[in-house]
Design a protein around this ligand. Structure first.
Ligand SMILES: *Cc1c(COP(=O)(O)O)cnc(C)c1O
Length: 413
């Protein structure tokens, strides 16, 4: 499909791209149409492809669950951005996780960080077990990894930054121990996107994304992907992608590919916005504490400097508000630009209260042990203007904390 002389196309087997991120985001997996010259690929909705003779397809495609032009192109783009030889797309981030876990034999053991994405936790505890795969959770994986490894440990699952407390894991530190024991390391890179962090460069074997978030970036596609370098992984996971069939539609691949082309611009704006808001929150008397990897006060700031592009903090942050859960709720109801909603990574800014929304399923004690208190507010910064977003946060804080105190003082409420 790709013209052989296309100047910028990254061959799927070239791990170190010569071009920089923005150039790859726009051009990787984006060949001009060889017949019409169309600069943007067509959406190829056909589920089947004609054959000239039995077993002799006209082109390289046969049936679109196995492969289709839009998915191939999207996968090439993701591979280029994650410095990977291979990438595979799935129907959701969750389907990506499920497919990787299903590549393990019954009796396998997995070590995971404790505060993984809720759906990942649910899969590990409620589904993987049914296939005979056991998962041990660790709140401080860098310290405990050596003693948690068993002879049957096959996989280590990391999410960095974690959700919603934004704590970081030193990928290299974990990977170097894991590799001594022949164990694969998976990093869920959803929260930062490939623009801010490339886990394979730090020793991870597989990087996964909920494409639903930053990669697509426009809150209109549910999709996932995995990227990696080992040919054995490519063989096994490509087989499972087709055999399990949790694949995205051609249209969703096309949309997500369009979104990916501006990832660098969006990730930079989101980081700028989050940085401005994090500093304003940190200076506010209405705030107990701020979790943001871009702040000097972040407990693992050194890891952010080592692992993130230019030490960037990304577009996600969380903070504890004065006044308990009621203040957190009032805050979310008083923002005018931020929408109260789950999810993250889109062009529009969102707020939510994890304890009552995304993380409500976790028992309170367990939640608070992981830093998810009832007064914690999670913020996903979009690409609106930073002055407007920061002002919006400040006015909502005033209403949620100071305003409530005044009205209580007046005895009005
Ligand atoms: C949303 C999310 C997922 C799951 O992705 P879906 O596309 O919703 O299935 C996995 N990991 C993280 C960190 C997420 O934010």
């Amino acid at each position: 499909m790709t013209p052989p002389d296309h100047p910028i196309e990254t061959p799927p087997r070239a791990p170190s791209p010569v071009h920089k991120f923005g150039t790859l985001a726009v051009h990787a997996g984006a060949p001009h149409d060889p017949t019409t010259g169309a600069v943007i690929e067509a959406i190829s909705l056909s589920t089947t492809f004609a054959q000239n003779g039995v077993g002799k397809p006209v082109g390289q495609y046969e049936y679109s669950r196995s492969a289709n032009p839009n998915r191939d192109n999207f996968e090439r783009a993701v591979a280029a951005l994650e410095h990977a030889r291979y990438a595979l797309a799935f129907s959701s981030g969750s389907a990506t996780t499920a497919t990787i876990l299903q590549s393990l034999a019954a009796g396998s053991h997995v070590v995971s960080i404790s505060d993984v994405y809720g759906g990942t936790h649910r899969y590990f505890t409620k589904v993987a077990l049914a296939h005979g795969v056991h998962v041990t959770f660790s709140p401080s994986i860098e310290v405990e990894i050596e003693e948690l490894i068993r002879p049957e440990t096959k996989l280590i699952w990391i999410e960095t930054p974690s959700n919603p407390t934004l704590s970081l894991v030193d990928i290299r530190a974990v990977a170097s121990i894991a590799h001594k024991h022949g164990i694969l390391v998976v990093v869920d890179n959803t929260f930062l996107s490939p623009y801010v962090q490339n886990p394979l460069d730090h020793g991870a074997d597989i990087v996964v994304h909920s494409v639903t978030k930053y990669i697509n970036g426009h809150s209109d596609v549910v999709m996932g992907c995995a990227a990696f370098n080992a040919p054995e992984l490519a063989e096994r996971l490509t087989f499972l992608q087709n055999a399990i069939g949790a694949v995205p539609s051609a249209f969703d691949c096309w949309l997500a590919h369009r979104g990916l082309k501006t990832l660098h611009l969006r990730a930079r704006e989101a980081t700028k916005n989050a940085t401005s808001i994090a500093h304003a929150l940190e200076a506010s008397p209405h705030v107990i504490s701020v979790n943001y990897p871009g702040l000097k006060s972040h407990a693992q700031r050194a890891v952010a400097i080592k692992q993130h592009r230019d030490g960037m903090g990304g577009g996600m942050l969380s903070f504890r508000i004065q006044g308990g859960h009621e203040a957190a709720e009032r805050f979310c109801q008083n923002t005018k630009i931020f929408t109260l909603a789950e999810s993250l990574g889109g062009v529009e800014s969102l707020v939510e209260v994890p304890g009552a929304m995304t993380h409500a399923g976790i028992p309170k004690e367990q939640r608070e042990a992981a830093g998810v208190f009832d007064d914690l507010v999670r913020v996903s910064c979009g690409v609106e203007d930073y002055e407007d977003l920061t002002n919006d946060v400040m006015q909502a804080l005033e209403k949620a904390v100071a305003g409530a105190k005044i009205s209580n003082g007046n005895g009005s409420i």
